[in-house]
Design a protein around this ligand. Sequence first.
Ligand code: SF4
Length: 272
Amino acid sequence: MNAYRARPLDELRAAPHTSVSAIGCWIRCSESFKHRYILRTPPSHRPAALAFGSAIHSALAAFYEHLQAYGEKPPVDLLHDTFTGRMDVEVADTSIPLLLDDNEDAGSLKDMGVGLLTVFHRDGLVPDGRVVGVEVPFSVDLADPETGEVGDVPLVGAIDAIVVHGGKTVLLEHKTAARKFTQDRLQHDLQPTAYRYASRSLGILRPGLAFQVLMKGRKPGVDVLAVERTDDQVIEMLNTVAAVLRGIGAGVFYKNRGWACGDCGFRYKCDG
Ligand code: SF4
């Protein structure tokens, strides 16, 4: 049972809100934000990496839910079955085609995921305390630090796992990645900052924060990367979010051509 599961995430998402993903989307390319969140333009495809990451996420959630319920790791088959079941659903959904990389197909993606989860089962973080919650939803008001004004929409999200480890309550963010996280990303990624901000609403003061990154590639591995977030960084995040929301409210949307166009599902709109 999740001690913190007060309102389901679907219910929170049904009401007007923003999220770290939406803020990041606007920062990367506000035109893409407009298509995805305002016009609801159908994308030409779904990047396979997203489907893969989401299936891995489900398997890790199953791992921590089992650990929470039974106090021990589940059999590795539970991870494999959860992952492959979810990938089957993703592949069967032909409403929006999956965009696979060269030399990639559904079978090779499944093999990679099963291999990665076998390594995670061996090396992933098993807390020395208890698992407090898995996929724990939150909804927190957003105040503009400059004006003190509380915005119209809350920040909504879900913390991948909350565990007690090393004498601290630690909020875990799960990722899959092909490359090591850079120091800049570890220091500035908004997700842990948002977790830190939201933690107070869950009654957790000064939590530990960590990325648990499942590294894809020839030598799969698991990196557990502790990060820190200060009060100043939370204020900076609130300033960023307030500026983005002002931009959205003012109708600021423009094409930001660059690396993000590579697998963008709205490119067919931009290219006409
Ligand atoms: S193709 Fe590029 S410019 Fe157009 S919406 Fe996508 S990311 Fe933005």
